[in-house]
Design a protein around this ligand. Sequence first.
Ligand SMILES: [Zn+2]
Length: 151
Amino acid sequence: MKVITNIIVGIPFLSEEKQIKNAVESIRWCFNNDVDEVDLFPMNIKPYTLLRELYEKKEYETISHWMLIEVLSKIPENYLKDIYIAWYGNRDLEYDNDLKAIFPTSCANCKYNLFKFYELYLKNKDSAYRKSLINDLISNKECNCYKEILK
Ligand SMILES: [Zn+2]
């Protein structure tokens, strides 16, 4: 038997800082309590949900991909091999009335690098390799998105 936990990044009613902190602390708790795998779920805003209503009332914003990267950068390297990333925007979710799920966002400049990162990250579970991908992505940024998130 194997225990897998799903961790959300982007909980409503929390500041970005607390959303990141909550995800990091939850991941640490999981691995300190013998969870085998953590699946990170960046918040998707789906039609016909309370979250969608909050979004339409401008009381909730889409999360940035860089928040997910910041969470990964704060996790001890040896945990990375057991952290999977789900629903980052790699597939379309369509509903009635042409409504779609809204995925995490980034600027157009960052999108290519971020999606390349996700692809490479998910292909290879080695912790050291994953850590180097994260470091490369953070140090190689071509615009200010990551800095903006840190602010
Ligand atoms: Zn950017």
